[in-house]
Write a protein that binds this ligand. Structure first.
Ligand code: HEM
Ligand code: NAG
Ligand code: NAG
Ligand code: NAG
Ligand code: NAG
Length: 332
Protein backbone atom coordinates (compact mmCIF):
# COMPACT_ATOMS: atom_id res chain seq x y z
CA UNK A 1 0.00 0.00 0.00
CA UNK A 2 2.68 2.36 1.04
CA UNK A 3 4.76 1.54 -2.07
CA UNK A 4 1.74 2.00 -4.38
CA UNK A 5 1.24 5.47 -3.01
CA UNK A 6 4.85 6.38 -3.46
CA UNK A 7 4.81 5.13 -7.06
CA UNK A 8 1.71 7.23 -7.68
CA UNK A 9 3.38 10.29 -6.21
CA UNK A 10 6.53 9.65 -8.21
CA UNK A 11 4.43 9.38 -11.36
CA UNK A 12 2.64 12.61 -10.59
CA UNK A 13 5.93 14.41 -10.05
CA UNK A 14 7.28 13.12 -13.36
CA UNK A 15 4.12 13.98 -15.24
CA UNK A 16 4.16 17.52 -13.88
CA UNK A 17 7.84 17.88 -14.72
CA UNK A 18 7.17 16.73 -18.28
CA UNK A 19 4.27 19.13 -18.70
CA UNK A 20 6.52 21.95 -17.61
CA UNK A 21 9.44 20.85 -19.77
CA UNK A 22 7.62 19.99 -22.96
CA UNK A 23 6.40 23.44 -23.97
CA UNK A 24 9.84 24.83 -23.12
CA UNK A 25 11.67 22.47 -25.46
CA UNK A 26 9.13 23.11 -28.20
CA UNK A 27 9.43 26.86 -27.84
CA UNK A 28 13.22 26.77 -27.98
CA UNK A 29 13.33 24.63 -31.13
CA UNK A 30 12.03 26.58 -34.05
CA UNK A 31 10.97 24.16 -36.73
CA UNK A 32 9.88 21.62 -34.16
CA UNK A 33 6.58 21.25 -35.99
CA UNK A 34 8.26 19.94 -39.10
CA UNK A 35 8.15 16.21 -39.51
CA UNK A 36 9.39 13.55 -41.86
CA UNK A 37 6.56 12.41 -44.13
CA UNK A 38 4.38 15.46 -43.44
CA UNK A 39 2.68 15.06 -46.84
CA UNK A 40 2.00 11.36 -46.52
CA UNK A 41 -1.69 11.83 -45.72
CA UNK A 42 -2.04 15.20 -47.50
CA UNK A 43 -0.53 14.47 -50.90
CA UNK A 44 0.84 10.99 -51.03
CA UNK A 45 2.90 11.48 -54.15
CA UNK A 46 4.43 14.79 -53.04
CA UNK A 47 7.96 13.57 -52.41
CA UNK A 48 8.05 11.19 -55.36
CA UNK A 49 6.92 13.96 -57.74
CA UNK A 50 9.77 16.18 -56.58
CA UNK A 51 12.22 13.30 -56.84
CA UNK A 52 11.26 12.36 -60.38
CA UNK A 53 11.34 15.98 -61.55
CA UNK A 54 14.74 16.68 -60.00
CA UNK A 55 16.10 13.43 -61.27
CA UNK A 56 15.10 14.08 -64.88
CA UNK A 57 16.72 17.53 -64.87
CA UNK A 58 19.87 16.58 -62.97
CA UNK A 59 20.52 13.54 -65.14
CA UNK A 60 20.61 15.82 -68.21
CA UNK A 61 22.22 18.80 -66.47
CA UNK A 62 24.21 17.78 -63.39
CA UNK A 63 25.10 21.43 -62.76
CA UNK A 64 21.49 22.09 -61.82
CA UNK A 65 21.96 19.76 -58.84
CA UNK A 66 24.57 22.16 -57.53
CA UNK A 67 22.21 25.00 -58.27
CA UNK A 68 19.46 23.40 -56.17
CA UNK A 69 21.71 22.70 -53.19
CA UNK A 70 22.94 26.28 -53.26
CA UNK A 71 19.34 27.51 -53.63
CA UNK A 72 18.41 25.71 -50.41
CA UNK A 73 21.31 27.41 -48.61
CA UNK A 74 20.42 30.84 -50.02
CA UNK A 75 16.76 30.35 -49.14
CA UNK A 76 17.38 29.25 -45.55
CA UNK A 77 19.91 31.99 -44.74
CA UNK A 78 17.57 34.81 -45.70
CA UNK A 79 14.37 34.99 -43.61
CA UNK A 80 14.59 31.25 -43.00
CA UNK A 81 13.61 28.42 -45.34
CA UNK A 82 10.50 30.12 -46.69
CA UNK A 83 11.01 30.16 -50.48
CA UNK A 84 11.53 33.94 -50.39
CA UNK A 85 14.40 33.38 -52.83
CA UNK A 86 11.90 32.27 -55.49
CA UNK A 87 9.81 35.44 -55.61
CA UNK A 88 9.97 37.39 -58.86
CA UNK A 89 10.10 41.17 -58.84
CA UNK A 90 6.73 42.91 -59.26
CA UNK A 91 5.74 46.58 -59.62
CA UNK A 92 5.11 46.64 -55.84
CA UNK A 93 8.43 45.01 -55.00
CA UNK A 94 11.06 45.33 -57.70
CA UNK A 95 14.04 44.33 -55.53
CA UNK A 96 13.50 40.72 -54.48
CA UNK A 97 16.20 38.40 -53.14
CA UNK A 98 16.84 36.70 -56.45
CA UNK A 99 18.09 40.02 -57.86
CA UNK A 100 20.69 40.55 -55.12
CA UNK A 101 24.39 40.28 -55.99
CA UNK A 102 24.91 36.86 -54.35
CA UNK A 103 22.00 35.45 -56.38
CA UNK A 104 22.02 37.25 -59.70
CA UNK A 105 22.90 36.04 -62.25
CA UNK A 106 24.53 33.02 -60.62
CA UNK A 107 21.70 31.23 -58.82
CA UNK A 108 20.13 28.54 -60.95
CA UNK A 109 17.62 25.72 -60.87
CA UNK A 110 14.46 27.86 -60.81
CA UNK A 111 13.04 25.96 -63.79
CA UNK A 112 13.30 22.70 -61.82
CA UNK A 113 11.23 24.16 -58.98
CA UNK A 114 8.70 25.54 -61.49
CA UNK A 115 8.32 22.12 -63.11
CA UNK A 116 7.92 20.32 -59.77
CA UNK A 117 5.39 22.89 -58.55
CA UNK A 118 3.36 22.56 -61.76
CA UNK A 119 3.18 18.79 -61.33
CA UNK A 120 2.31 19.10 -57.65
CA UNK A 121 -0.48 21.57 -58.35
CA UNK A 122 -1.98 19.09 -60.83
CA UNK A 123 -1.80 16.30 -58.28
CA UNK A 124 -2.87 18.21 -55.15
CA UNK A 125 -3.64 21.86 -55.61
CA UNK A 126 -2.45 24.23 -52.91
CA UNK A 127 -0.95 21.60 -50.62
CA UNK A 128 2.82 21.44 -51.05
CA UNK A 129 4.80 24.55 -50.11
CA UNK A 130 7.56 25.95 -52.28
CA UNK A 131 9.89 25.99 -49.27
CA UNK A 132 9.45 22.24 -48.91
CA UNK A 133 9.99 21.74 -52.64
CA UNK A 134 13.39 23.45 -52.33
CA UNK A 135 14.34 21.35 -49.28
CA UNK A 136 13.30 18.11 -50.98
CA UNK A 137 15.00 19.07 -54.25
CA UNK A 138 18.28 19.74 -52.42
CA UNK A 139 17.97 16.39 -50.69
CA UNK A 140 17.38 14.63 -53.99
CA UNK A 141 20.30 16.44 -55.64
CA UNK A 142 22.55 15.31 -52.77
CA UNK A 143 21.53 11.75 -53.47
CA UNK A 144 21.94 12.00 -57.23
CA UNK A 145 25.36 13.69 -57.16
CA UNK A 146 26.76 12.34 -53.91
CA UNK A 147 24.88 9.16 -53.16
CA UNK A 148 24.12 10.93 -49.90
CA UNK A 149 20.77 9.72 -48.61
CA UNK A 150 18.80 11.35 -45.82
CA UNK A 151 15.24 12.06 -44.79
CA UNK A 152 14.25 15.67 -44.33
CA UNK A 153 11.33 16.91 -42.25
CA UNK A 154 8.66 18.93 -44.11
CA UNK A 155 5.75 21.18 -43.25
CA UNK A 156 7.36 24.55 -43.96
CA UNK A 157 5.14 27.37 -45.14
CA UNK A 158 6.05 30.04 -47.70
CA UNK A 159 6.83 33.62 -46.78
CA UNK A 160 5.35 36.74 -48.31
CA UNK A 161 8.40 39.00 -48.08
CA UNK A 162 11.52 39.09 -50.22
CA UNK A 163 14.08 41.88 -49.87
CA UNK A 164 17.31 42.02 -51.88
CA UNK A 165 19.15 43.97 -49.18
CA UNK A 166 18.53 41.16 -46.73
CA UNK A 167 20.07 38.69 -49.18
CA UNK A 168 23.15 40.87 -49.45
CA UNK A 169 23.46 41.14 -45.67
CA UNK A 170 22.84 37.48 -44.83
CA UNK A 171 24.76 35.55 -47.47
CA UNK A 172 28.52 35.14 -47.09
CA UNK A 173 30.74 36.59 -49.80
CA UNK A 174 33.71 34.50 -51.02
CA UNK A 175 36.23 36.87 -49.44
CA UNK A 176 35.03 36.28 -45.86
CA UNK A 177 37.58 34.93 -43.38
CA UNK A 178 36.85 32.21 -40.85
CA UNK A 179 35.89 34.62 -38.07
CA UNK A 180 33.34 36.26 -40.32
CA UNK A 181 31.97 32.97 -41.63
CA UNK A 182 31.59 31.52 -38.14
CA UNK A 183 29.88 34.67 -36.92
CA UNK A 184 27.39 34.68 -39.79
CA UNK A 185 26.62 30.97 -39.43
CA UNK A 186 26.15 31.47 -35.69
CA UNK A 187 23.36 33.98 -36.38
CA UNK A 188 21.57 31.09 -38.12
CA UNK A 189 22.13 28.63 -35.30
CA UNK A 190 24.89 26.81 -37.17
CA UNK A 191 28.36 26.25 -35.73
CA UNK A 192 31.86 25.85 -37.16
CA UNK A 193 31.32 22.11 -37.48
CA UNK A 194 28.25 22.68 -39.66
CA UNK A 195 30.16 25.29 -41.65
CA UNK A 196 32.93 22.83 -42.53
CA UNK A 197 30.51 20.00 -43.35
CA UNK A 198 28.27 22.17 -45.54
CA UNK A 199 31.21 23.71 -47.39
CA UNK A 200 31.67 20.30 -49.00
CA UNK A 201 28.95 21.45 -51.41
CA UNK A 202 31.77 23.29 -53.18
CA UNK A 203 32.67 19.91 -54.54
CA UNK A 204 30.07 20.36 -57.30
CA UNK A 205 28.82 23.02 -59.64
CA UNK A 206 30.52 26.07 -60.94
CA UNK A 207 31.67 29.55 -60.17
CA UNK A 208 31.78 32.70 -62.20
CA UNK A 209 35.28 34.12 -62.61
CA UNK A 210 34.23 37.34 -60.88
CA UNK A 211 33.83 35.43 -57.61
CA UNK A 212 37.59 34.84 -57.34
CA UNK A 213 39.55 36.97 -59.84
CA UNK A 214 40.62 39.21 -56.95
CA UNK A 215 42.80 36.23 -55.96
CA UNK A 216 44.41 36.10 -59.42
CA UNK A 217 45.18 39.74 -60.25
CA UNK A 218 47.40 41.69 -59.99
CA UNK A 219 49.25 38.81 -58.32
CA UNK A 220 48.25 35.28 -57.46
CA UNK A 221 47.16 35.11 -53.85
CA UNK A 222 49.83 33.34 -51.76
CA UNK A 223 47.00 31.36 -50.12
CA UNK A 224 46.42 29.73 -53.51
CA UNK A 225 48.63 27.14 -55.20
CA UNK A 226 50.62 29.20 -57.72
CA UNK A 227 50.28 26.68 -60.57
CA UNK A 228 46.56 26.42 -59.97
CA UNK A 229 46.38 30.21 -60.01
CA UNK A 230 48.27 30.33 -63.30
CA UNK A 231 45.87 27.85 -64.90
CA UNK A 232 42.85 29.80 -63.58
CA UNK A 233 44.28 32.96 -65.15
CA UNK A 234 44.03 31.26 -68.55
CA UNK A 235 40.33 30.58 -67.98
CA UNK A 236 39.59 33.91 -66.34
CA UNK A 237 41.18 37.04 -67.79
CA UNK A 238 41.82 40.15 -65.75
CA UNK A 239 38.40 41.76 -65.26
CA UNK A 240 39.95 45.07 -66.32
CA UNK A 241 40.19 43.56 -69.80
CA UNK A 242 37.41 41.01 -69.83
CA UNK A 243 34.11 41.57 -71.55
CA UNK A 244 32.24 38.58 -70.22
CA UNK A 245 32.22 36.70 -66.92
CA UNK A 246 33.18 33.09 -67.61
CA UNK A 247 32.55 30.06 -65.41
CA UNK A 248 34.81 27.30 -64.13
CA UNK A 249 34.06 24.15 -62.12
CA UNK A 250 34.30 24.39 -58.33
CA UNK A 251 36.16 21.09 -58.30
CA UNK A 252 38.33 20.32 -61.31
CA UNK A 253 38.97 16.72 -60.18
CA UNK A 254 35.42 15.36 -59.82
CA UNK A 255 33.24 18.29 -60.95
CA UNK A 256 29.87 16.51 -60.76
CA UNK A 257 30.47 14.40 -57.69
CA UNK A 258 29.44 15.60 -54.25
CA UNK A 259 32.32 14.03 -52.40
CA UNK A 260 35.31 14.62 -50.14
CA UNK A 261 37.45 15.88 -53.01
CA UNK A 262 36.59 19.43 -51.97
CA UNK A 263 38.53 18.96 -48.73
CA UNK A 264 41.53 17.63 -50.61
CA UNK A 265 41.38 20.72 -52.78
CA UNK A 266 41.22 22.95 -49.71
CA UNK A 267 44.30 21.28 -48.28
CA UNK A 268 46.24 21.50 -51.53
CA UNK A 269 45.27 25.19 -51.89
CA UNK A 270 43.33 24.45 -55.07
CA UNK A 271 39.86 25.54 -53.96
CA UNK A 272 38.50 28.67 -55.62
CA UNK A 273 37.61 30.99 -52.76
CA UNK A 274 39.43 32.67 -49.93
CA UNK A 275 36.52 31.47 -47.75
CA UNK A 276 37.39 27.88 -48.72
CA UNK A 277 41.04 28.39 -47.79
CA UNK A 278 40.04 29.98 -44.49
CA UNK A 279 38.79 26.62 -43.20
CA UNK A 280 42.46 25.84 -42.66
CA UNK A 281 42.96 28.78 -40.32
CA UNK A 282 41.82 27.24 -37.05
CA UNK A 283 43.05 23.95 -35.68
CA UNK A 284 39.48 22.82 -35.02
CA UNK A 285 38.24 23.39 -38.57
CA UNK A 286 41.44 22.26 -40.29
CA UNK A 287 41.33 18.97 -38.36
CA UNK A 288 37.78 18.43 -39.56
CA UNK A 289 38.86 19.17 -43.15
CA UNK A 290 41.62 16.63 -42.82
CA UNK A 291 39.29 14.01 -41.33
CA UNK A 292 36.97 14.32 -44.32
CA UNK A 293 39.84 13.81 -46.79
CA UNK A 294 40.41 10.44 -45.14
CA UNK A 295 36.87 9.44 -44.19
CA UNK A 296 34.45 10.09 -47.04
CA UNK A 297 31.62 8.33 -45.18
CA UNK A 298 32.03 10.63 -42.20
CA UNK A 299 31.72 13.58 -44.55
CA UNK A 300 28.54 12.20 -46.10
CA UNK A 301 26.94 11.61 -42.72
CA UNK A 302 27.89 15.04 -41.38
CA UNK A 303 26.79 16.75 -44.58
CA UNK A 304 23.38 15.07 -44.39
CA UNK A 305 22.89 16.05 -40.76
CA UNK A 306 23.94 19.63 -41.43
CA UNK A 307 21.53 19.92 -44.37
CA UNK A 308 18.66 18.83 -42.12
CA UNK A 309 19.80 21.32 -39.48
CA UNK A 310 20.00 24.11 -42.07
CA UNK A 311 16.46 23.19 -43.12
CA UNK A 312 15.15 24.15 -39.70
CA UNK A 313 16.35 27.75 -39.80
CA UNK A 314 13.54 30.15 -38.86
CA UNK A 315 10.84 28.08 -40.57
CA UNK A 316 7.28 29.35 -40.80
CA UNK A 317 4.62 26.88 -39.69
CA UNK A 318 1.74 29.30 -39.21
CA UNK A 319 0.57 32.77 -40.28
CA UNK A 320 1.78 34.81 -42.12
CA UNK A 321 3.09 31.68 -43.84
CA UNK A 322 1.07 30.24 -46.70
CA UNK A 323 1.24 27.54 -49.33
CA UNK A 324 2.03 29.60 -52.37
CA UNK A 325 0.27 28.79 -55.63
CA UNK A 326 -0.25 28.22 -58.47
CA UNK A 327 3.40 29.18 -58.96
CA UNK A 328 6.32 29.66 -56.59
CA UNK A 329 7.18 33.00 -58.18
CA UNK A 330 4.39 35.11 -56.63
CA UNK A 331 2.73 35.35 -53.24
CA UNK A 332 -0.97 34.48 -53.02
C1 HEM B 1 30.70 29.13 -46.36
C2 HEM B 1 30.38 30.18 -47.03
C3 HEM B 1 30.09 30.14 -48.50
C4 HEM B 1 30.52 31.03 -49.41
C5 HEM B 1 31.37 32.26 -49.16
C6 HEM B 1 30.02 30.61 -50.69
C7 HEM B 1 30.23 31.28 -51.89
C8 HEM B 1 29.92 30.78 -53.13
C9 HEM B 1 30.21 31.43 -54.37
C10 HEM B 1 30.84 32.81 -54.52
C11 HEM B 1 29.82 30.60 -55.37
C12 HEM B 1 29.96 30.84 -56.88
C13 HEM B 1 28.79 31.58 -57.45
C14 HEM B 1 29.10 31.97 -58.88
O1 HEM B 1 29.93 32.85 -59.06
O2 HEM B 1 28.52 31.38 -59.80
C15 HEM B 1 29.28 29.42 -54.77
C16 HEM B 1 28.80 28.34 -55.46
C17 HEM B 1 28.20 27.26 -54.87
N1 HEM B 1 27.92 27.13 -53.52
FE1 HEM B 1 28.65 28.26 -52.02
N2 HEM B 1 29.31 29.46 -50.53
C18 HEM B 1 29.32 29.13 -49.20
C19 HEM B 1 28.66 28.08 -48.62
C20 HEM B 1 27.88 27.18 -49.30
C21 HEM B 1 26.98 26.24 -48.68
C22 HEM B 1 26.73 26.14 -47.19
C23 HEM B 1 26.42 25.53 -49.68
C24 HEM B 1 25.39 24.45 -49.61
C25 HEM B 1 25.32 23.55 -48.67
C26 HEM B 1 26.99 26.01 -50.92
C27 HEM B 1 26.74 25.48 -52.16
C28 HEM B 1 27.26 25.96 -53.34
C29 HEM B 1 27.12 25.28 -54.61
C30 HEM B 1 26.50 23.92 -54.84
C31 HEM B 1 27.70 26.11 -55.57
C32 HEM B 1 27.73 25.87 -57.09
C33 HEM B 1 26.43 26.44 -57.65
C34 HEM B 1 26.18 26.22 -59.12
O3 HEM B 1 26.88 25.45 -59.76
O4 HEM B 1 25.24 26.83 -59.64
N3 HEM B 1 27.84 27.03 -50.65
N4 HEM B 1 29.34 29.56 -53.40
C1 NAG C 1 11.88 50.24 -57.97
O1 NAG C 1 10.82 50.88 -57.31
C2 NAG C 1 11.22 52.09 -56.70
C3 NAG C 1 10.09 52.57 -55.81
O2 NAG C 1 8.84 52.17 -56.30
C4 NAG C 1 11.59 53.08 -57.81
O3 NAG C 1 11.97 54.31 -57.23
C5 NAG C 1 12.76 52.48 -58.58
O4 NAG C 1 13.09 53.31 -59.68
C6 NAG C 1 12.44 51.09 -59.08
N1 NAG C 1 13.66 50.51 -59.61
C7 NAG C 1 13.71 49.81 -60.72
C8 NAG C 1 15.03 49.20 -61.07
O5 NAG C 1 12.75 49.64 -61.44
C1 NAG D 1 14.90 45.63 -46.79
O1 NAG D 1 15.80 45.31 -45.77
C2 NAG D 1 16.61 46.38 -45.37
C3 NAG D 1 17.67 45.82 -44.43
O2 NAG D 1 17.09 45.17 -43.35
C4 NAG D 1 15.75 47.45 -44.77
O3 NAG D 1 16.55 48.55 -44.38
C5 NAG D 1 14.75 47.91 -45.82
O4 NAG D 1 13.85 48.84 -45.26
C6 NAG D 1 13.96 46.72 -46.35
N1 NAG D 1 13.16 47.17 -47.48
C7 NAG D 1 11.84 47.05 -47.50
C8 NAG D 1 11.17 47.51 -48.74
O5 NAG D 1 11.22 46.60 -46.57
C1 NAG E 1 38.53 38.67 -40.27
O1 NAG E 1 38.12 39.91 -40.77
C2 NAG E 1 37.67 40.82 -39.79
C3 NAG E 1 37.09 42.04 -40.50
O2 NAG E 1 37.95 42.50 -41.50
C4 NAG E 1 38.81 41.15 -38.85
O3 NAG E 1 38.38 42.03 -37.86
C5 NAG E 1 39.31 39.85 -38.23
O4 NAG E 1 40.43 40.11 -37.42
C6 NAG E 1 39.67 38.85 -39.31
N1 NAG E 1 39.97 37.57 -38.68
C7 NAG E 1 40.99 36.83 -39.05
C8 NAG E 1 41.16 35.53 -38.34
O5 NAG E 1 41.75 37.15 -39.95
C1 NAG F 1 44.81 43.18 -71.52
O1 NAG F 1 44.97 42.44 -72.68
C2 NAG F 1 46.16 42.75 -73.40
C3 NAG F 1 46.15 42.01 -74.72
O2 NAG F 1 45.41 40.85 -74.68
C4 NAG F 1 47.36 42.37 -72.53
O3 NAG F 1 48.58 42.64 -73.20
C5 NAG F 1 47.30 43.16 -71.24
O4 NAG F 1 48.33 42.76 -70.38
C6 NAG F 1 45.96 42.98 -70.58
N1 NAG F 1 45.84 43.91 -69.49
C7 NAG F 1 45.61 43.49 -68.27
C8 NAG F 1 45.42 44.55 -67.26
O5 NAG F 1 45.54 42.32 -68.00
Amino acid sequence: MESKTSILITCLIFATAFQLLLPLSEASGRGSELKVGYYKDKCQKAESIVTSTVSSYVKSYPGLGGGLIRMFFHDCFVRGCDASVLLDPTPENNQTEKLAIPNFPSLRGFEVIDAAKAELEKECKGVVSCADIIALAARDASYLLGNIFYKIPTGRLDGRVSNSTEALLNLPPPFFNLTQLEALFATKGLNAFDLVALSGAHSIGRSHCSSFTSRLYPTIDPTMDQNFGASLRKLCPDPKNATNDGVVPQDFVTPDKLDEQYYKNVESLTALFFSDWSLLTSSETSKQVDTYTKEPETFKQDFANAMVKMGNIEVLTGPPGEVRGPTCRFVN
